[in-house]
Write a protein that binds this ligand. Sequence first.
Ligand SMILES: [Zn+2]
Length: 229
Amino acid sequence: MISIFRTAVTLALSLSFTACVSTNSPESGRALSTGIEPKMAMQALKDGNDRYLSGDVRTHDWLHERIAKTGRDGQTPSVGILTCADSRTPPELIFDQGVGSLFVVRIAGNFQNDVGIGTFEYGVAALGVHTIVVLGHTKCGAVNATVEGKELPGRMSSFVAAIRPALANAPKGADGRVSTTDAEIANVRWQAAELVKRSDILTKAVADGNLQVVGAMYDVETGAVRFLD
Ligand SMILES: [Zn+2]
């Protein structure tokens, strides 16, 4: 069912997206798997992070392995990542993945919005993304600004407004305040739930068993990723 839907979405979008995003025509099939199967996605990401931590990263044969191939045949990313714009959180490095594997949305404070949801809907419905990781991180300036309730100039107040609802149910300390660490975790959980809840396409994909959405935290001091329950 989802494949029929995916084909329909691909066809519907292909005319308007080919200029900026590769799509897979029915003729090309889906043979160009990036190799991360749904059941192995979490382990593949954990293994990639282990390689990143140990310094034993893969020697990506960029030109021949992925760039020329995905450029010619189209992209079939397996994993979507919603993470922060923070320069210390590059997903391909953190998970030791090559070109064509990860479908990434980055925004300060890793929050969902209409554009991000639409991007993941396209990734799931047209490209075959089967796993989405909402990846928060320690020492997040956007989350900390929200916790502190700072007045920010210009459009920066927009990410504070987007993160604030996520902190409503975060645990409070003895002083009645939410710690930045608890806020970062609460933000990941809430944004992941909202990402699915606000999208009929993602909700159906989850219900049909074609999509898993998980939360994780990245430690900017150690490089380690911890997946949340
Ligand atoms: Zn951040």
